[in-house]
Design a protein around this ligand. Structure first.
Ligand SMILES: *[C@@H]1O[C@H](CO)[C@@H](O)[C@H](O)[C@H]1NC(C)=O
Ligand SMILES: *[C@@H]1O[C@H](CO)[C@@H](O)[C@H](O)[C@H]1NC(C)=O
Ligand SMILES: *[C@@H]1O[C@H](CO)[C@@H](O)[C@H](O)[C@H]1NC(C)=O
Ligand SMILES: *[C@@H]1O[C@H](CO)[C@@H](O)[C@H](O)[C@H]1NC(C)=O
Ligand SMILES: *[C@@H]1O[C@H](CO)[C@@H](O)[C@H](O)[C@H]1NC(C)=O
Ligand SMILES: *[C@@H]1O[C@H](CO)[C@@H](O)[C@H](O)[C@H]1NC(C)=O
Length: 465
């Protein structure tokens, strides 16, 4: 009788341990996903990851690859809430009579993309080809030039017409979150003032255009065409979540004006160009979830204004180049789910602005440099699923840290009990677990792997036998 109670108790304990281990696991997948900013904003949205009050609750912000990114891209929401015309300058007399060729080109979008089924289509079904500045989400300046067309989340289905050359003043196109298929028409390459293109989350495939200003090059299938480099004023390119394939579009190294480049969730393969750093105006670079191989080129350090660098979920390898740690303005660094090896450079401590750091799911070795204590703005820290070893740092946790995953790794020793039991220490907040256990109770003694759970169960059974 007594024995049974014991067995039950121990099995229960084992189960709890398994649950713990799995909870730990659940955190591994949340790659830091910076929020896609709107086209003009160059800042990394400092999205605070939940409340930092509770140390290391593994349930916190699981921002998932699919759900987060574009919700914040304020294009759809903010622009749809502002009335198309009026807002800009109500006091200045305006001429919103538009060149009918322009309205006709817009109307072609309507007919080609199944306008009858658009969610909002106010004005678009009009036959008056002078008043398209009043159509839903067509934004003009005071002299009737069409500057911006925003048709995100509007149930657009079909292929884009090749009539963008009739919209010469266009600066911003946002047709994200629709079912646009086929390729991006050639005429987009000819727009001289284009600053932002957003075709995020569509069914685009095949080849993107070579612009009219450059020879049409059909050898570049499904990648960014060379001619785009000649669009001198372009600042943002969002081509996330499409099915773009082929070698990494090296042409981006010539995009000297581009500040935001989102190519995440595509199928680009091959190596990063060694002169990646030539794209020196970049502030946000997101290459997550492609099929890239090889090293991060050291020229990355030339992109000195970079605030967000996301290259997770592919097959990048080698050591993380020191040059990454020279980018002092970095706020988001996510190199997780790759095959990086070697140590984490102590130069990590230079990234004093970093808020989200994710190097999890790699093959990193060596100790965590003590310099990690200099990262005082850290909110989210992920180094789990590596082979980090040595002594875990005894530094205090950054005040804003709300989210930390450190296991599994291979730390041989933890700091002493005075550190491990101090709720303000990094070791405490990250629930770090060392192979050589310190004999202390407290948060640091979480079980971290299914293996240790199994061990416990076996022990339990043995004892009760
Ligand atoms: C307004 O602009 C249109 C097209 O640019 C032009 O044809 C028209 O004459 C202008 N009207 C006035 C009153 O300026
Ligand atoms: C858009 O494409 C998705 C995925 O192919 C499909 O499930 C959905 O029904 C399509 N929507 C429309 C309006 O065609
Ligand atoms: C197409 O691009 C390749 C690689 O950039 C280049 O070698 C070739 O000359 C181009 N062909 C044409 C017709 O522009
Ligand atoms: C992506 O492209 C590949 C190769 O062209 C094709 O086999 C695959 O079906 C495409 N996937 C989607 C979701 O369109
Ligand atoms: C860019 O990086 C490369 C490789 O690190 C370096 O040789 C070159 O001098 C750098 N260029 C500038 C302008 O800093
Ligand atoms: C990195 O990957 C490339 C391509 O797969 C391979 O050729 C190279 O040997 C790898 N380097 C290291 C250090 O693993």
């Amino acid at each position: 009788m007594k024995n049974r109670v014991f067995i039950l108790l121990f099995v229960l304990l084992g189960l709890i341990a398994v649950v713990f281990a799995q909870e730990d696991d659940s955190g591994d997948d949340d790659t830091i996903n910076d929020n896609m900013p709107d086209s003009t904003d160059t800042e990394v949205a400092p999205s605070t990851p939940s409340t930092p009050s509770t140390p290391s609750t593994p349930a916190t912000p699981t921002d998932d690859t699919t759900s987060t990114t574009p919700i914040e891209s304020d294009t759809p929401s903010s622009t749809s809430s502002e009335t198309p015309i009026a807002s800009s300058q109500p006091t200045v007399p305006v001429n919103k009579t538009v060149n009918p060729l322009v309205c006709t080109a817009l109307h072609k979008l309507y007919t080609s993309l199944n306008g009858n089924n658009w969610i909002v289509r106010t004005g678009w079904d009009s036959t008056d080809m002078n008043t398209c500045c009043t159509w839903y989400n067509v934004h003009c300046n005071s002299i009737g030039q069409v500057l911006k067309v925003v048709l995100a989340h509007n149930n657009l289905v079909g292929q884009l017409p090749d009539s963008f050359d009739q919209l010469p003043d266009l600066q911003t196109i946002d047709m994200s979150y629709n079912n646009i298929s086929g390729s991006v028409p050639t005429s987009i390459g000819s727009l001289p003032r284009l600053k932002s293109i957003n075709f995020d989350v569509n069914l685009l495939s095949g080849s993107l255009p070579s612009g009219l200003s450059a020879p049409v090059n059909l050898t570049t299938i499904g990648t960014i065409p060379d001619s785009w480099a000649s669009m001198r004023s372009i600042e943002s390119i969002y081509l996330s979540n499409n099915n773009l394939t082929g070698p990494f579009p090296n042409i981006i190294t010539q995009f000297v004006t581009v500040k935001s480049l989102y190519l995440d969730n595509n199928a680009f393969n091959g190596f990063l160009p060694s002169n990646l750093g030539d794209a020196s105006a970049l502030v946000q670079l997101n290459l997550k979830d492609n099929h890239l191989l090889g090293n991060i080129p050291s020229s990355i350090g030339n992109i000195t204004g970079l605030q967000s660098l996301i290259m997770s979920h592919q097959m990048l390898n080698g050591t993380i180049p020191d040059e990454v740690f020279n980018i002092l303005g970095l706020q988001v660094l996510d190199l997780s789910n790759n095959r990086f090896t070697g140590p984490i450079s102590p130069k990590l401590g230079q990234l004093v602005n970093v808020q989200k750091l994710n190097l999890g799911h790699n093959g990193l070795t060596g100790p965590i440099p003590n310099e990690i204590g200099q990262l005082t703005k850290l909110q989210s820290l992920n180094l789990n699923y590596n082979a980090l070893n040595g002594q875990f740092p005894s530094t205090l946790a950054p005040a804003a840290l709300g989210y930390c995953y450190m296991t599994p790794n291979q730390f041989q020793s933890c700091p002493g009990p005075e550190v491990v039991n101090n709720p303000e220490s990094l070791a405490f907040q990250c629930s770090v677990d060392c192979i050589v256990k310190t004999k202390t109770k407290g948060a640091a003694s979480h079980l971290d792997s299914p293996l240790s759970a199994l061990f416990l169960i076996i022990m339990a059974t043995l004892i009760t036998m």
